[in-house]
Design a protein around this ligand. Structure first.
Ligand SMILES: NC(=O)c1ccc[n+]([C@@H]2O[C@H](COP(=O)([O-])OP(=O)(O)OC[C@H]3O[C@@H](n4cnc5c(N)ncnc54)[C@H](OP(=O)(O)O)[C@@H]3O)[C@@H](O)[C@H]2O)c1
Length: 329
């Protein structure tokens, strides 16, 4: 597989950013795009120089024109599209959250294992060079044992995208934004022994703000996300000897701050693009190695995090129409 052939499902915001970054990989080629409408598929294909276009997601899967499918639809559609691709033996890199809930996620992981077809959550954080350097520093013990995690993700826009507000599109802050602080805390401390969550809900029943406390035997994580205020948008880990902080907009970090008795140091890490090609490269390495699970995107951890989000939603009363969809046996 000299060149890996990618297919893009859906032509929205993140599909555009991801496809732009894919162009940075010389051994990747986007050979096909699928949209719900031919006009959008054509527009996207013209912008990114893609040869094959489909006005139906299924038609792309059936075409066998790709080695791996990238899924950038709203969350409720991830499950059926990913399942159809895995069933057809096509590898999948699926946007986060991979499904609305852990039950659906476990079904996809089981299908991936059963068919030996690669399946991965597009969680950029796990392959971003700045965040990797950050975690290496943390593991070196420079701040001592991690005792507290503080992380937030959130913004306000006068006109929020409809997707974020509609229950049928999996709207709400937790699944769209809170999954990042949750993944960060999980990467530092693993699964908590207890957790509590509170939320402010919209009239339609999606969470506008969710805050969670995760408790560990010797550590705590305070995590928040929201769509009503301009949050500081930081992620930090503190120990007895200091802290490591990813400053504002840690979605696209270019440095982190190490605070110890030696003072504050800004650690810059070189990177290119928006950072999405690092996750794509990990998928391509794994495909070539014949793996169905990328080392950087462990299935069990993806599911653990979905279970924690399920529990937060149970405590805050956020339910989606798509929650009951289940295609497994
Ligand atoms: N990794 C990241 O940094 C990141 C950032 C943003 C979002 N995301 C994730 O990526 C997914 C998409 O987010 P986005 O911001 O790109 O959303 P978006 O701009 O609204 O695009 C979503 C696309 O999905 C397709 N779609 C399928 N069914 C739809 C429906 N019923 N209503 C609306 N669109 C539908 C549409 O494409 P067609 O019309 O072409 O079919 C639409 O353009 C979400 O799961 C989100 O959590 C990830």
């Amino acid at each position: 597989m000299d060149v890996v052939r990618w297919g893009i499902v859906a032509t929205g915001n993140i599909s555009g950013s991801f496809t732009k970054d894919l162009a940075l990989l010389p051994d990747a080629e986007v050979t096909a795009v699928a949209s719900r409408s031919m006009a959008a598929a054509d527009r996207f294909a013209e912008t990114h120089g893609i040869a094959q276009r489909f006005d139906d997601y299924r038609a792309l899967i059936d075409s066998k024109a790709v080695d791996v499918l990238y899924i950038g639809t709203p969350h409720p559609q991830h499950y059926a599209v990913a399942r159809a691709a895995l069933d057809a033996g096509i590898a999948v890199l699926c946007e986060k959250p991979i499904t609305l809930n852990a039950r659906q996620g476990r079904d996809l992981v089981e299908l991936s294992r059963r068919t030996g077809t690669l399946f991965a959550e597009a969680m950029w954080m796990r392959t971003d060079p700045v965040i990797q350097a950050y975690f290496e520093d943390l593991r070196s013990g420079v701040i001592g044992e991690p005792l507290q995690v503080l992380a937030d993700f959130g913004f306000f826009k006068p006109q929020l995208p409809e997707r974020l507000l509609r229950p049928d599109l999996g709207g709400g802050a937790l699944l769209d934004l809170g999954i990042y602080p949750a993944t960060f805390a999980y990467m530092v401390l693993g699964k908590p022994e207890a957790m509590t969550a509170m939320a402010q809900l919209s009239d339609e029943g999606v969470d506008l703000v969710t805050s969670m406390i995760w408790k560990y035997p010797a550590a705590m994580a305070s995590l928040t996300c929201g769509m009503t205020a301009q949050l500081p948008w930081i992620a930090s880990v503190s120990g007895a000897e200091g802290s490591l902080m990813l400053p504002g907009r840690w979605h696209h970090p270019d440095h982190y701050v190490r605070r110890t008795a030696a003072g504050d140091e800004q650690i810059a890490v070189p990177k290119s693009g928006l950072g999405y090609h690092y996750e794509a490269a990990e998928v391509m390495r794994s495909l070539r190695a014949g793996l169905f699970e990328c080392p950087a995107f462990p299935h069990d951890e993806t599911i653990d995090i979905l279970e924690l989000l399920d529990e937060a939603r149970r405590q805050t009363g956020v339910v989606y129409p798509g929650d009951d969809e289940y295609l497994g046996g």
